[in-house]
Design a binder for this molecule. Sequence first.
Ligand SMILES: Cc1ncc(COP(=O)(O)O)c(C=O)c1O
Length: 387
Amino acid sequence: MKPFHQIPFLDLSLQFQSIQDELENAALRVLRSGQYIMGQEVNAFEKNFAAFVGSQYAVGVASGTDAIFLALKALGIGPGDDVLTVANVSAPTVCAILAAQARPVLIDIDPETFNMDPNCLSEYLKNSESRRTARAIIPIHLYGRAADMISIKSIAREYQLAILEDASQAHGATVNGIKVGTMGDIGCFSLYPTKNLGACGDAGVIVAENQLTVAKLKMLRNYGEKDRYDNYLVGVNSRLDEIQAALLNVKLKYLDHWTQRRREIASQYNQAFLNLGLNVPGESQENLEGHVYHLYVMNVENRNQFREDLLQLGIGTAIHYPKPIHHQDSFRNVCLQANELEATQWACRTILSLPLYPEMSESDVDSVCKSIDQLVRGRRWTLPNTA
Ligand SMILES: Cc1ncc(COP(=O)(O)O)c(C=O)c1O
């Protein structure tokens, strides 16, 4: 088979090129200003991002991991507390829970959506011993698709648990028109460069409605200072810097447009792959209109060979994520599993991410579709089994 043309899994330089002048001017403006930490760019970004998600307040921080850690601290969660989340992810969410000295409890996912399964969550909480130490739920809106917040909120209400949304992969995703990050007590976002809204370095942001929580977050990110050299809490240094904020202010203006393009590409993939009988992202499910397609994933058995064959056709892919949290050496003994996490294990074994970024051309998208068509019609691949 001949390659159509080379498509990398992701190429961030294309986004930079598309808005290069604006980004360079923003960075230069900060460099020339002499104000590098906590100045007007950070203030503006906090206002702009809060308006974007429809929240009262936003607090810029140094990373998504810090956002979750600081949010847990602001909610008073710490030693002796359990925080319920999922395991088909990379390390940061669990690292943040452990940094707060709480215990991560791993809940299984719904294999159709790859997000936390509310049935598994409620099953776990039926046990009085589990309920005794449970304090908070961290649903992760994985791949850009909102978790089932309606069910999760109702369970949280029943058991009086806080909800901290990890919206790091879902800037702008919605449930019934409401943006993720604003549906729980606190919303946390990574602004890592590859995210739908990404800085040119590390950055993160937290959104919240409660003024007291926001005041705590602002202190916690800055050594716990209430005023200069006047400490009220024990905090850390997790400030968002001015250059990153200036770049983010530029990029935020384009986010809706980029999301629109992500949706168009996803819809082209869906159409092409449905005809092949492939398992496309929850096509049969409701609530897809709010998906922002941070990643476009499919499931395939014999994944390594499939990837290798796609690479031969010039198509880069990635795996999000190959090893669940409870199989990682560092977390095995410090997390509690709600059950066998069968769906999580199936997802980690078969998941594959295809290229999807707003700068992909029509012919890029077409090449991906044709390559997959070739491979699948060649009948060398076991079609996915979502059971
Ligand atoms: C779901 C999720 N949570 C948290 C994070 C952590 O973000 P950061 O790398 O900015 O600390 C990431 C980013 O990798 C993520 O994808």
